[in-house]
Design a protein around this ligand. Structure first.
Ligand code: MLC
Ligand code: AMP
Length: 504
């Protein structure tokens, strides 16, 4: 093999007229059409001057063409760097600068906003829209539908996925071909994916869940996807009867349950529902089984590690747990101070090791050293315990993180912006329970002596720098923040005080 990830997921489909994608408008894409387009894109990226190891930053709407950009990068050995479509230009600017991306690919609608950023950092800007339109698509039509696959080894980089940090600065998690391939192989086997499967795909393709877990497994198994542009309850209900599997964040499941059209009959053709990226309430699990007869299979993963644990396909899927370590992945619970392994049953930090674990953070050796031990164990920042039957329970987080509808939000990033606002002395950002998103963002502000804060004005001021999903749903003022004897802000106390402050 010359390029393990490309050969295994994409190259094998050259010339094959089997169906790969179903679109909501009834159109289909064959595997051959998909890999041909990817080859044209790979050729074009090379023609732009990008070669193996260079970075391509993409902020584009979900479409088959967008997925083909990923395949093209793998074929050309270019590092694929997908970005949340909700990020503002301010946010995108950081990723372009930090990654040193040579080309930025964006939605035609954002060309005006992103061109100055691309120019500033010496990157070429091209566009790709949700209908396969744009400058990139136009230029690609002139490229041949075959392209020489660049030789890569398993240890070469395939993608950078940025993940925020507790310092407020995002870190580029460097994922190798082996990280992605080993996890796809493990999950395909663990979840019994085959060529008969049709995955109902409504997740975004700029994160691990929708990009790697969903698509890599489908490609490896030779299955098909109903490829929806986003979560849309009507579309999900329409396409579920011809699907066999679905992957979603817990919000998908609570929204389905709140719709009376979602019935047992509608799920008759489905064999598996998988949940992850945020905690699934045991109550949701129970209600789902009552309504459909299906027990949701919950698994646990991260950007840096792909998937680590999963409830069993056969055997008890235990509500409120994330199951057992996946084959080839070691999971241990350690004391956060000493790092020693704790006996089963005790709560500690979750550490993982295996071929799924990333190579480190791009150009941040100190951050890498803090979280990735010399012996290969990665300190996840999650807290958990194994029960007497070996199921892993996630009981909390050692990191200051909010997960809203499956998107991670680091309070520090928002606090740094709030602290800059005139009249704000300091701030604390917390997550509070939310029926739809699981958690949502509340900002607590301490005004400077004598200052009167206009909370709407504060919200407007930070708006340009923050994606909509990160913006506080509520801002409140307090005369001071609760602190412990060490002077550390007691976020637990704030979370208790403001628990009911945001209605669903
Ligand atoms: C959208 N909005 C959100 C939001 N998503 N607000 C908070 N949290 C979210 N997650 C806001 C929008 O800005 C908008 O605000 C309003 O909600 C409606 O927008 P929308 O586009 O219609 O939202 P909707 O389609 O309803 O999206 C909700 C969602 C989506 C839950 C379907 O967020 C989603 O697909 N989440 C999946 C995230 C994911 O893939 N995570 C995996 C990470 S990988 P307004 O005010 O303008 O109306 C990972 C590793 C692992 O964690 O283990 O998998
Ligand atoms: P991300 O950085 O987006 O990859 O998010 C990873 C984080 O999501 C993990 O560290 C966990 O905190 C959380 N997570 C993922 N899956 C689950 C799950 N099934 N239950 C609870 N938390 C989860």
């Amino acid at each position: 093999m010359t390029n393990p990830l490309y050969d295994t997921l994409f190259g094998r489909y050259a010339g094959q007229d089997s169906v790969f994608l179903h679109l909501p408008d009834g159109r289909t894409w064959t595997h051959a059409a998909f890999v041909n387009l990817a080859a044209q894109y790979a050729g074009l990226l090379n023609a732009f001057g990008l070669t193996a190891g260079d970075r391509l930053a993409v902020q584009i709407p979900k479409s088959p063409e967008a997925l083909a950009v990923y395949a093209a990068c793998v074929q050309a050995g270019i590092v694929f760097l997908p970005l949340n479509t909700a990020y503002t230009p301010d946010e995108v600017s950081y990723f372009v600068e930090n990654s040193g991306a040579g080309v930025v690919l964006c939605d035609p609608a954002r060309e005006g906003a992103l061109r100055p950023i691309a120019d500033q950092f010496g990157a070429q800007l091209e566009t790709l829209g949700d209908e396969g339109n744009g400058t990139f698509a136009d230029k690609a039509t002139r490229m041949p539908a075959v392209h020489p696959t660049v030789e890569r080894t398993s240890d070469d980089l395939a993608a950078f996925l940025y993940t925020s940090g507790t310092t407020g600065r995002s870190k580029g998690a460097m994922l190798t071909q082996e990280n992605l391939l080993s996890n796809a192989r493990t999950l395909t086997a663990a979840w019994h994916f085959t060529a008969d499967d049709v995955l109902l795909h409504a997740l975004p393709i700029f994160h691990t869940h929708g990009l790697f877990v969903g698509t890599n497994i489908t490609l490896l198994a030779g299955g098909q996807m109903v490829f929806l542009p986003k979560f849309d309850i009507d579309a999900l209900l329409t396409h579920m009867p011809k699907s066999t599997t679905m992957m979603g964040v817990p919000t998908f499941y609570t929204r389905l349950l709140s719709d009376p059209r979602f019935t047992k009959e509608l799920t008759a053709h489905m064999r598996l529902f998988i949940s992850g990226s945020a905690p699934l309430l045991a109550e949701t699990h129970v209600q789902f089984e009552k309504r459909t007869g299906h027990r949701i299979l919950e698994r646990y993963g991260m950007t840096e590690t792909n998937m680590n644990t999963s409830n069993p396909y056969d055997g008890e899927r235990r509500a409120g747990t994330v199951g057992f370590p996946l084959s080839g992945t070691e999971v241990k619970i350690t004391d956060s101070k000493s790092g020693t392994t704790l006996p089963d049953g005790e709560i500690g930090q979750i550490e993982v090791r295996g071929p799924n674990v990333f190579k480190g953070y791009w150009q941040m050796p100190e951050k890498t050293a803090e979280e990735l031990r010399d012996d290969g164990f990665f300190i996840t920042g999650d807290l958990g315990r194994f029960d007497e039957d070996g199921y892993l329970h996630i009981v909390g987080r050692n990191k200051d993180l909010i997960i809203s509808g499956g998107y991670n939000i680091y309070p520090k990033e928002i606090e740094l912006l709030l602290d800059e606002v005139d009249g704000v002395m300091e701030s604390a950002v917390i997550g509070v329970p939310h029926a739809d998103f699981g958690e949502t963002v509340v900002a607590i502000l301490v005004p400077e002596n004598g200052a009167q804060l206009d909370l709407d004005a504060v919200a407007s001021e930070i708006k340009p720098s923050l994606a909509r999903f990160k913006q506080p749903q509520k801002l409140v003022t307090l005369s001071e923040l609760p602190r412990n004897t060490m002077g550390k802000v007691q976020k637990n106390a704030l979370r208790a005080q403001f628990a009911d402050s945001v209605p669903a």
